[in-house]
Design a protein around this ligand. Structure first.
Ligand SMILES: [Zn+2]
Ligand SMILES: [Zn+2]
Length: 493
């Protein structure tokens, strides 16, 4: 609608509309049109003013929010389908529940950790359910994913009515608040509206207290006490800080955070406080002397692990579509294989990728899961005789009596796959079960039928429409309810 503007409002001889490209687009809503405005080569950015560059950055962020809302909506739809399918059946404890199985489906398709996928599924369900207004705000770019997550966190486990009121209050100002400001404000509101629920949630979190350890890319490791009662955590921190300041007053020149860390390490290694202070004094200036005997931190198989996973049939998160057969087959960067890798494996993996990609391109979507699964089964059956011959070798190693593999076989299989064979799993194989890919009897106890699976992915394997195939010793292939596939090769150095 056009609004007639009284002429006298316009001051001055002329208002030159330079029609700068991004002017007035501060709230150009996200979607296909904004995507077109944002596209274009990097060199175009060089022509924009500083102000316009900031408008472009903000617009790109709104567009990201929109795309993330679409991502979550798709995940929510898939979750709803899988959970609806489950409710028809009685639940079987040997099978991973549908909600957890769909988490694994998302993890594998988006190449994210199980934890990230679980967060996404939860967020997807909330933003399309009880927090649908937050979902709308994300889709229209009024808030970003980080703020949506804050609203989701703060309202988690609150009564429905309270959730609605906290959400309404949050969205009033969320566009103009950072995550920190937003969290502080709506935590206060939640506390005021539902003090008992907030206290119960705190107690529940304290019940989940734990000591966590994770390895860093720099070769160090983090050790954290999580979800302690706040008064305990602050008490410990204050005590260590006071002792550290004492050392500093006595002339220790190291930064306070380093002294605190050294004191905490001494204390956790069992030294009483005065001894810890002495020990930290003694090592002042010395290089790192921590004794590492108690915790084994060498467990960093992630990189070689991911290198051993071939392309999947799932849509890639970057939207580039599945890799072309050529890319899968050739992969010049890292396809040499380890010296001991069976040379048949890269060839078989490439052949499977080609065959399945071809199959997908000409199969109606509804028939894809069955078609993929059958194609893999047929290939495995055709390879059976050669596989048996390879495995028998000179000393008839194919198949051992009993369900339990001998120690030597266990070592061989753990050496072949350093972690659980689910594509995104990092559980070291020595903490996994050695799963008989085809269950024992008729499945045999042999390297051609054994692979490490953590408890969770063991259960996933039993879940409806998930299948794991062992098409060559050490070469495994997952097929999923959506008709995606993941080829898992032995680890390469
Ligand atoms: Zn065998
Ligand atoms: Zn696993």
């Amino acid at each position: 609608m056009l609004v007639a503007m009284p002429l006298e409002v316009v001051e001055g001889p002329e208002i030159v509309h330079v029609s700068r490209e991004w002017e007035g687009r501060a709230w150009f809503p996200p979607g296909p049109h904004l995507a077109i405005c944002l596209s274009g080569g990097k060199q175009r950015l060089a022509d924009l003013t500083d102000d316009e560059l900031l408008h472009v950055a903000a617009a790109a962020r709104r567009q990201t929010s929109w795309a993330q809302a679409r991502e979550l909506a798709a995940i929510a739809e898939l979750t709803a389908r899988r959970t609806a399918a489950e409710e028809a059946d009685d639940h079987d404890y040997r099978i991973l529940p549908a909600r957890e199985a769909v988490t694994e489906e998302v993890a594998a398709a988006l190449t994210v950790t199980g934890n990230t996928a679980a967060t996404l599924v939860h967020l997807a369900e909330q933003l399309t359910g009880p927090l649908s207004r937050t979902g709308d705000a994300l889709e229209t770019g009024r808030i970003d994913m980080a703020r949506a997550r804050v609203i989701c966190d703060v309202t988690d486990a609150l009564p429905e009515q309270v959730t609605r009121r906290v959400e309404a209050a949050a969205l009033e100002k969320a566009s103009d608040q950072t995550t920190g400001q937003l969290r502080r404000r709506i935590k206060r509101i939640a506390q005021r509206l539902a003090p008992e629920a907030v206290e119960e949630r705190r107690r529940e979190a304290v019940r989940q207290r734990r000591l966590e350890l994770w390895d860093n890319p720099s070769g160090t490791a983090d050790l954290a006490l999580c979800d302690l009662a706040a008064e305990d955590a602050h008490g410990i921190h204050n005590k260590i800080t006071a002792a550290a300041h004492g050392l500093k007053a006595d002339g220790d020149t190291r930064p306070i955070h380093v002294i605190r860390a050294d004191l905490a390490t001494q204390l956790l290694n069992g030294a009483p406080l005065p001894d810890a202070v002495h020990a930290v004094l003694a090592q002042a200036g010395a290089t790192d002397q921590q004794n590492g005997g108690t915790l084994d931190l060498r467990d960093s198989a992630a990189a070689p692990r991911m290198a051993g996973i071939e392309s999947s049939g799932a849509p890639r998160p970057n939207g580039a579509g599945p890799p072309t057969p050529a890319a899968t087959a050739a992969d010049p960067a890292g396809d040499a294989g380890s010296p001991n890798e069976d040379p048949a494996i890269p060839e078989l993996a490439a052949m499977m990728a080609r065959r399945l990609t071809h199959l997908r391109d000409r199969t109606p979507a509804a028939e894809l899961p069955t078609a993929v699964n059958h194609a893999v089964q047929r290939t495995a059956a055709r390879l059976a005789r050669q596989r048996d011959a390879l495995c028998q070798g000179d000393d008839d190693r194919h198949g051992r009596p009993g369900h339990r593999p001998p120690a030597s076989m266990r070592r061989e299989i753990e050496g072949r796959h350093a972690t659980c064979v689910f594509p995104t799993c990092n559980q070291p194989s020595h903490r996994c079960d050695l799963d008989h890919t085809v269950p024992w009897r008729p499945g045999i106890t042999c390297r051609c039928n054994l692979a490490p699976l953590c408890r969770r992915h063991h259960r996933l394997k039993q879940s409806p429409d998930w299948n794991l195939h062992h098409i060559w010793p050490g070469l495994l292939l997952w097929t999923t309810p959506a008709g995606a596939w993941y080829i898992v090769r032995p680890d390469r150095e």
